[in-house]
Design a binder for this molecule. Structure first.
Ligand code: ZN
Ligand code: ZN
Length: 414
């Protein structure tokens, strides 16, 4: 019988040379002892990227490791998601810590030893690092057990736009594994290693995609009076929609409504019967996203009707805005301060227009989503770039955040 083999790191499975975290970081000694191991795990994940909901190898590897540390394992939550549960003591207090596991359909341009061996797929967002940091914390917590309560480690699939967080929630994530609070982090290029950034309240934008279908009456290009020109109706709708952000959204708030596609017509001498507009909306409050949808629908239907056509709107919120609970953001910032000092914790950095589906978990359970520095050296590569790589130097810092969060939140009560 063949035993499930422990995947070996492509980056060289003998002692990986790692750069220790910066000297100002005060991290548990035993976690620093796990640094090379975390880097080996991370590089192995990097070499074997898997796309949204296809993270079978990654999930298997995560589950095997958690099991070997002594966690109770639950697989198949949100298709390829994994939850590991560790109980200690008698308290029913609980915490959720989440890492994302998926990669992107990008052809890697790096040439280092742990580059992707899967053509056209790449860990270009650092989810390999997020997974390795949470596994490192998992191992440490299982060994040290300096907490009283329940730790739920949430390894999520499909963060990159295909709804992994929602899939886990719909599979009963928080009913089956109740969490008092929930935390996650994302690496941030251009923020130095050894620094964290934490925002209170809105942090990242919510995002929606929309389709507008317009139906008029097709006609000969020389006889417009016999038709209803769907293209011109579309042009009026496109113009009218620009009034929503400029006239209906309070100027002190932020929103974007971009029409990014306009399809109509095939011939020089035919007035098109139909037109399709598509685009995206971004905002930092769910109720504002919903208000924009309502205003869009009213504008689209009535402009079309006024011009003798019909039009419909399909509006899909793919990402809710990331909104951090005030108390939990203060808590997270305090943990970061303990690890790297107040000077290295950026409080309330600028809002990020990008999106993140941990927002749906934050809508269910109060918590905080923060950023961990991935390095600010000259030419530091942005995420989703074919030259990107997660910075292994940051691994113990992220793991330490998760560890200290558990030890503080679930501190034994005397
Ligand atoms: Zn990404
Ligand atoms: Zn990401």
């Amino acid at each position: 019988m063949s035993q499930p083999t422990e995947p070996t790191a492509t980056g060289g499975d003998t002692a990986i040379a790692v750069t220790p975290p910066p000297a100002h970081a005060a991290l548990p000694e035993a976690l620093l002892g796990q640094h090379a191991e975390m880097a080996a795990w991370r590089r192995d994940l990097h070499a074997n990227p898997e796309l949204c909901f296809e993270e079978t190898r990654t999930a298997q590897l995560v589950a095997q490791r958690l099991e070997s540390f002594g966690y109770e394992i639950h697989r198949g939550i949100g298709k390829t998601g994994v939850v590991g549960v560790l109980r200690n003591g008698t308290s029913t207090r609980s915490i959720g810590l989440r890492a994302d596991m998926d990669a992107l359909p990008i052809a890697e341009a790096n040439l280092f030893g742990h580059r992707s061996i899967r053509e056209g797929r790449m860990h270009a967002c650092g989810h390999d690092g997020h997974t390795a940091m949470l596994l490192g914390a998992a191992k440490y917590l299982a060994r040290t057990r300096r907490f009283d309560g329940i730790v739920n480690l949430i390894f999520q699939p499909a963060e990159e736009g295909l709804g992994g967080a929602v899939a886990m929630i719909e599979d009963g994530l928080f009913e089956r594994f109740p969490c008092d609070t929930v935390f996650a982090m994302h690496n941030r290029p251009k923020l130095a290693v050894g620094r964290f950034a934490v925002r209170t309240g809105p942090a990242m934008a919510g995002g929606a995609f929309f389709d507008i279908h317009i139906t008029g009456v097709g006609a000969h290009g020389a006889r417009p009076e016999t038709g209803v020109d769907a293209l011109m109706v579309g042009a009026h709708i496109a113009t009218a929609l620009q009034m929503i952000v400029s006239r209906n959204v309070p100027p002190v708030e932020t929103a974007v409504l971009s029409i990014t596609q306009f399809h109509a017509g095939d011939a020089y001498n035919v007035i098109p019967q139909t037109a399709v507009l598509r685009g995206t909306v971004r905002a930092f409050r769910t109720d504002l996203m919903q208000r924009i949808e309502t205003l869009m629908r009213r504008t689209i239907e009535n402009v079309a009707q006024g011009l003798g056509a019909a039009a419909s709107l399909d509006f899909r919120i793919n990402f809710a805005p990331v909104v951090n609970d005030g108390e939990q953001a203060d808590f997270a910032a305090a943990i970061c301060t303990e690890l790297v000092g107040a000077d290295n914790v950026q409080r309330n950095p600028p809002l990020i227009m990008g999106s993140e589906d941990f927002s749906f978990m934050l809508n269910e359970v109060p918590g905080c989503y923060l950023n961990i520095g991935n390095g600010d050296v000259e030419g530091a590569c942005e995420v989703h770039n074919p030259m990107y790589d997660f910075n292994d130097q940051a691994l113990p810092l992220g793991a330490a955040f998760f560890v200290r969060t558990v030890e503080k939140k679930l501190a034994p009560v005397a």
